[in-house]
Design a protein around this ligand. Structure first.
Ligand code: MTE
Ligand code: HPA
Ligand code: MOS
Length: 755
């Protein structure tokens, strides 16, 4: 009796997102008015035209906020609503909340709210921001060895520039919240968030009430992908503000356009690198400066920059390293978490550097990559050592699986006999650190109830957003109790059930919450076995529960699960427990930039082939092979789905998704007609994914490994496969590393223009 996979509800269109839920009585709908230009100082707000539309309309501004008009944590740069007399940060930043009985009326009225302001010249370029000292926090540098001296010894030294664009999350469900006032000045909020406790803190702060008066529930989200880690809080707080002021429930659902214009995306980066090889192709030294376009608000930029620096050398060992990151404040929406969290940007830089270096040295790219791969015990440039390293084994298996050498011969033959089409191939090794880069966030809780009928309910801090963390946690609980999966249900996330949680992010959802759930289950299991031992006249040590039955020395007894639970309940023994987990052995010294910030690393390797149409610049991605180290998977079907989904998003970011801002800071790609997403036809028709088997991970729940984000990096192989095909068409083309590699850029390259 397995529960219906939630994907079936999606397929049938039966999923109820926040906007589909039954509406409370007296509901008001909300819309926001955003500032009209990228940078300015707000002088005054004229709501008269909006109010004239209908007597039911309410317009709320910063002056109406009972608590603090601030959501920023590390840096107080995130007002809930832009206040008059202050400078704002980006075009579309909310300055008024409009309430009306219907969504369409609220949105029409919001469009009629007018701001008077002094316009200032916006700053959009991160390099310019860095030059002007417009940094969110001080630059950060990580260092190992002596790169300056090492470069002097290198046979080949190459430097260059690498750019990568932003990425829109395009979750199915846009930012959504419903806030309902409760007796005694409290607030109940249903929020589409990856971070219910963060929403609770934000609402309490804005309303000026203690957290115990704020209840936040996160139902299963229509996708998050990082976009709802920090950035769901403001929309929930706005709904709560409206509810507090009117005493009525308020629903705020962003339209797709507003969501695209007002909310954060993946950080664009522009970087400079220098790499040095010896005559054998060993990477001796690497230096890079990363200019992170952080946007107008701090948000998660520091944590994302940390992850960039931690992944600066990809899956390789480099003895001499100096990498520096700059969080550049620009007049664009706050860039934020997106699957990979700064690591894909770093991978692109090191892979581009290697690509440039082997081209200059005339070496074989695969051999150079293999030679420099991380090996057991190698030191990362922040002092951590690679343990249980699977870089070599996944790389070698991938060469076998894709028949890499034959493939190259085939591609060579194809290119020799085709003038108008050219094929290319590339591979990329993966090494991704698992744990929040901010140490304190690596903790979580769970609450487990066994009901008297033997059914089990698990609540944790994990938010379900399609990644099937609930299914994994259910499997953990079922295995802990030795019962059928169908007896376990994982409840939606609520701050009432589990307090002081951290976001479901950093791919740690099942690692942390699964462990917390396991701790609670083990506590209850020990109590159950105590009762069973008394009942059977046995010692606890002889007993176990398997297949829903108590076993004594491995042999079935007459005591089945339901009977055991009933007997335990009748004996007045508690059938509920709270569990807690804090990832052990994490240490990091932020001053020295030294330590072991990750519980472990995920390894793997991907190869991709592509064909370019030499006249049109269009291309297709043809094959992908992936060998992925996922430990002992808790649910292989789920992990396979995560790998394919992450790869698709990585491919989209690398090749297709072209986030474009005008010179005035206006988002040009603000709809799905101007922002192209990978679809089924864009995906390679040939996809082969293999899990590395027989390599259990001692560092995570049920010997598994985190899965959510790391495989996104594989998509970068798509970039280099297309580039390889372009070079087959034109050896002397201008060198460039600029994600996304759109057909327009390909055409420029083929025509000898610098894209
Ligand atoms: N998969 C689906 N279907 N929807 C999502 O929103 N988010 C990704 C990944 N996979 C996401 C997803 C991101 S960014 C992360 S960090 C992880 O799932 C979070 O969940 P986990 O920690 O439980 O893997
Ligand atoms: N990954 C994702 N989200 C995060 C992290 C991280 O490392 N740190 C803080 N939020
Ligand atoms: Mo994922 S970007 O850590 O939510």
């Amino acid at each position: 009796m397995n529960p219906i996979p939630e994907a079936i509800y999606n397929l049938r269109g039966e999923t109820r997102y926040i906007d589909d839920m039954p509406e409370p009585k007296n509901l008001l709908e909300a819309a926001v008015a955003g500032v009209p230009v990228a940078r300015g100082i707000l002088k005054s707000i004229d709501a008269s035209a909006a109010l004239a539309l209908d007597p039911s309309i309410r317009v709320i501004t910063a002056a109406d906020i009972p608590g603090e008009n601030q959501l920023g944590q590390a840096v107080p740069d995130e007002p809930l609503l832009v206040a008059t007399g202050t400078e704002w940060g980006f075009r579309g930043q909310p300055y008024a909340l409009v309430l009306a009985p219907t969504k369409s009326l609220a949105r029409r009225a919001a469009a009629l709210v007018k701001a008077t302001y002094d316009e200032l010249k916006p700053l959009l370029d991160p390099r310019e921001a860095a030059r002007e000292g417009k940094l969110i926090l001080q630059p950060r540098t990580q260092k190992m060895g002596d790169p300056v001296a090492a470069f002097a010894t290198c046979a080949t030294v190459v430097s260059g520039r690498v750019d990568s664009g932003g990425q829109e999350h395009v979750y199915l469900e846009t930012q959504s919240a419903i806030a309902t006032p409760v007796e005694g000045g409290g607030m109940r909020v249903v929020s589409g968030t990856q971070h219910p406790t963060g929403v609770q803190e934000g609402v309490a702060r804005v309303l000026g009430i203690p957290m115990h008066k704020v209840e936040v529930e996160a139902p299963r989200l229509g996708g998050g992908f990082g976009g709802k880690e920090d950035q769901a809080a403001s929309w929930a707080a706005l709904a709560a503000l409206g509810a507090r002021i009117t005493g009525r429930p308020v629903k705020l659902i962003l339209s797709r356009k507003d969501d695209m214009r007002m909310t954060g995306k993946r950080h664009p980066y522009t970087s400079d690198f220098r790499i040095g090889l010896d005559t054998e192709g060993r990477i001796v030294a690497f230096e890079a400066d990363y200019y992170q376009n952080s946007g107008a608000i701090c948000d998660l930029s520091p944590a994302i920059l940390s992850r960039t620096l931690f992944h600066a050398v990809g899956a390789y060992h480099v003895p001499n390293v100096r990498v520096t990151g700059y969080m550049c404040r620009t007049n664009l929406p706050a860039f934020t978490a997106f699957r990979g969290f700064g690591a894909p940007q770093a991978f692109f830089v090191i892979e581009a550097a290697i690509d440039a270096a082997v081209a200059k040295a005339g070496l074989d790219p695969t051999e150079v990559r293999r030679r420099n791969l991380l090996a057991e015990g190698d030191s990362f440039h922040f002092g951590m050592k690679a343990e249980n390293c699977k870089a070599g084994i996944t790389f070698d298996r991938l060469l076998e699986k894709s028949r890499w050498n034959e493939l190259h011969a085939q591609i060579g033959a194809f290119n020799a006999s085709h003038r108008l089409e050219k094929r290319g191939a590339a591979l990329i090794p993966l090494c991704f650190g698992v744990s929040f880069t901010k140490l304190l966030m690596n903790q979580g809780g769970a609450l487990v109830h066994v009901y008297s009928d033997g059914s089990v309910l698990v609540s944790t801090g994990a938010v379900e957003m399609g990644q099937q963390v609930s299914r994994k946690i259910a499997r953990v609980a079922a295995a802990a109790f030795g019962i059928d999966l169908g007896l376990v249900r994982v409840e939606r996330t609520s701050t009432l059930a589990v307090a002081n949680t951290f976001p479901t992010a950093a791919s740690t959802g099942s690692d942390i919450n699964g462990m917390a759930a396991l701790a609670a289950c083990e506590e209850i299991r020990a109590r159950l076995l105590g009762v069973a031992a008394a009942e059977l006249g046995a010692s606890v040590a002889e007993l176990s529960i398997e297949g829903g039955r108590v076993m004594r020395k491995g042999k079935p007894t007459e005591l089945a699960w339901a009977g055991l639970v009933m007997k335990t309940h009748n004996a007045r023994v508690d059938l509920s427990a709270h569990g807690f987990y804090a990832t052990p052995d994490l240490v990091y010294d932020n001053e020295a930039e030294r330590g072991s910030p990750f519980a472990y690393h995920v390894y793997g390797c991907a190869a991709v082939t592509a064909t370019v149409d030499v006249l049109r610049g269009t291309y297709s991605v043809d094959d992908v092979w992936i060998v992925h180290d996922g430990g002992d998977s808790i649910d292989e079907a789920v992990d396979l789905g995560q790998i394919e989904g992450a790869f698709a998003q990585g491919l989209g970011w690398s090749l297709l998704e072209d986030l474009a801002f005008g010179e005035d800071g206006r988002l040009l790609s603000d709809s799905l007609s101007t922002y192209k997403l990978p679809d089924l036809h864009f995906m390679p028709s040939h996809v082969e994914v293999e899990f590395l088997k027989g390599h259990p991970n001692p560092k995570a729940v049920m010997k598994s490994k985190a899965i959510g984000e790391p495989p996104l990096v594989y998509g970068i192989a798509g970039y280099f496969a297309v580039l390889d095909a372009l070079r087959a068409a034109r050896r002397d083309g201008p060198g460039f590393y600029d994600i996304p590699l759109t057909p327009e850029k390909c055409l420029d390259y083929l025509q000898g223009k610098r894209p």
